[in-house]
Design a protein around this ligand. Structure first.
Ligand code: PGA
Length: 234
């Protein structure tokens, strides 16, 4: 399976997310190229987004992910959102994004607890790692690992092909078979062409370029075209 994950970060209110989905989903549905799209909006948008996707039968083509989860279970943890609270609303949850590690000082221990909470509540992790934290990938048994070099995030500068190959290769050595390894960091309509030539990745995590439906679809169509071409060559 091939994945395209859009991380909306703290952009877009619920109204914006639903408008984005209403425009993107019919186009995604038409493609049928074996590419699973996962949208990660802010928490309050998850339930209305799920309703919209289900009502329109778009839910097989677009799945939902949360952007974070509490390292704790249910309990007296004001302001935290537990994995149980997300269960049924999202299929995936981003864990260990570099912004969380840097701005909110998340440690390997936090990430370990969050991953365990996710699994215990039927959520699959989208675990983000950098070159320095490749070892965290071993926490994922079923789900996705994204190599996201902090220098490439939001900078417009994608990581070099050589480095992407090297680090995703190392990640593959940490995870079991069936875990998808993605690349993220300045993926856009301009950079997707060269990124698609890197053979051993199973998709992309998109930040800024995913906020605009047109720009997101440009990436999506590029990925679909390349998937179809590679299927023809099998
Ligand atoms: P970017 O963000 O696509 O804007 O570089 C990626 C991310 O933060 O996951």
């Amino acid at each position: 399976m091939y994945y395209l994950v859009a991380n909306f970060k703290s952009y877009k209110d619920t109204h914006d997310v639903l408008a984005w989905l209403s425009e993107a989903a019919p186009n995604v549905q038409k493609q049928q190229a074996g590419v699973t799209v996962i949208i990660c909006p802010q928490y309050p948008a998850l339930e209305p987004a799920k309703k919209l996707l289900t009502e329109n039968n778009w839910h097989e083509h677009i799945l939902l992910g949360a952007q974070n989860v509490s390292a704790f279970g249910e309990g007296a943890f004001t302001g935290e959102v537990s994995a149980r609270g997300l269960s049924g609303l999202a299929e995936y949850v981003i864990i260990g994004h570099s912004e969380r590690r840097k701005l909110f000082h998340e440690t390997r221990e936090d990430i370990e607890k969050k991953t365990a909470e996710a699994y215990a509540n039927n959520l699959k992790p989208i675990l983000c790692v950098s070159e320095e934290t490749v070892g965290d990938a071993s926490l994922v048994g079923d789900g996705i690992v994204a190599f996201e070099p902090p220098s490439a995030i939001g900078s417009g500068n994608v990581e070099s092909e050589e480095k992407i190959r090297e680090v995703t290769g190392r990640i593959e050595g940490e995870v079991s078979e069936g875990v998808a390894v993605l690349y993220g960091g300045s993926v856009s309509g301009e950079t997707i062409g060269e990124l698609l030539t890197i053979g051993n990745i199973s998709g992309f995590l998109v930040g800024s370029a995913g906020l605009d439906v047109g720009k997101f679809l440009e990436i999506f169509y590029g990925v679909c075209k390349s998937r179809r071409a590679s299927e023809r060559n099998v």
